[in-house]
Design a protein around this ligand. Sequence first.
Ligand SMILES: Cc1cc2nc3c(=O)[nH]c(=O)nc-3n(C[C@H](O)[C@H](O)[C@H](O)COP(=O)(O)OP(=O)(O)OC[C@H]3O[C@@H](n4cnc5c(N)ncnc54)[C@H](O)[C@@H]3O)c2cc1C
Length: 417
Amino acid sequence: MSGPRHVAVIGAGIVGVATALFLQRDAHRVTLIDRAGPAAGASYGNAGGVVLSACMPIGMPGIVCRVPAMLLDRDGPLRVRWRYLPRIAPWLLAFVRASHPARVEEISCTLAAILRAAEAPWHDLVRGRAVAALLRPVGWLRVYDTDAGFAAVRPVLDLMTRRGFTFEVLSQAALRELEPALAPIFRRGVWHPESYSVADPGRMVRDLAAAFVADGGTLMRAEVRDIETANGASRVMTDGGPIAADAVVVAAGAWSRALARRLGVRVPLDTERGYHLMLAPAEPGLRRPTVWGERGFVLAPHAEGIRLTSGVEFAGLDAPPDFRPIRRLVPLARRMLPSLRAEERSAWLGFRPSLPDSLPVIGPVPGRRDIFFAFGHGHLGLTLGPATGRAVADVIAGRRPAFDLEPFAVARWSCRR
Ligand SMILES: Cc1cc2nc3c(=O)[nH]c(=O)nc-3n(C[C@H](O)[C@H](O)[C@H](O)COP(=O)(O)OP(=O)(O)OC[C@H]3O[C@@H](n4cnc5c(N)ncnc54)[C@H](O)[C@@H]3O)c2cc1C
């Protein structure tokens, strides 16, 4: 596609907003559509990590053997609503297949390529704007209170080393120096110093969307029901009426599967639900997002306090939230950070848009040169949203993206109806 065009972007999470901004820089007329406004989905409530070394899939080899123990631990990082099991079973089977050692090597090479391209577009998006202050170069930390817990992360560290990412293994003393407010119960830490923390992910996305509007973009609040094609042109069908567009980008996060189906594409997108509690500020506080490795939860410094984020719940998009498990983590969180006050300010459920191989889908709809998918970023959407947006804009402009898009093609699930 050459020359400026009208592009409709569906979904104003980090992926859609970043895509809209990069398209705008190419002088396209861009309409960004969201049924609830910017940062209404997962991009609002995540842990804020821009984790540039996270080249491992969630399904590492041997995960199957660890799942039963995780499910039996009522404070563990994994939950399944049993009624949802029949729906999620095919996804879980594909997840197990993707955890085969040879496939994990491939996936980590693919993730490494997009991660290496992820930092520059983040800076491009925030440069010269007030939101730049929200992107803080403080790294990402994992801590372990047992030798066994630390030993269990070895395969992940080896994988990172094979992909050329660096990290520092910290002794108890080094950990205390880096993050003095942590309880002295942690024996080891792994620090990823090149990573960033977004101090308020919701505000970041909302402010970037406001910048898009200030620069002439159109932000529309509407529910997209369908994408139709007539005489070679696309029309986005919304509850506010149709929008004619020369190109369409589907960036609707965990809700993208339904839109893909309307386009005749089946994709095994599901959601790994995750919760957060916003807790009152702590003094002394944390300097960077910190994961308790054995427990699988994160405490992240946030502009408004400390955000506690939980692991994964399989229950689909419609089941009501159950905040009991994350509330049970509060005493553990206080063990981790003794200055933490158990004063809950808000509770939130979000929907990670997840594919079984931990890779997003980025690229054109098979057989179409005017409709693009940009969804399925799972645990890494904040990290990879800007790289995705730039890559989509590159393809639409006829430029070569910074990383190979082929491994991200939806065709890997080969699923045209
Ligand atoms: C607890 C938790 C912690 C996380 N921590 C991190 C982290 O530290 N680092 C990291 O990189 N990632 C993290 N993530 C993952 C990250 O938040 C997601 O991958 C990312 O936000 C996905 O962005 P998105 O733009 O694809 O989707 P979303 O942010 O969910 O946005 C999708 C948007 O599409 C809109 N939409 C959907 N359907 C329609 C429709 N039909 N019509 C109109 N609008 C529609 C929705 O309203 C929504 O605003 C975390 C996620 C969770 C839940």
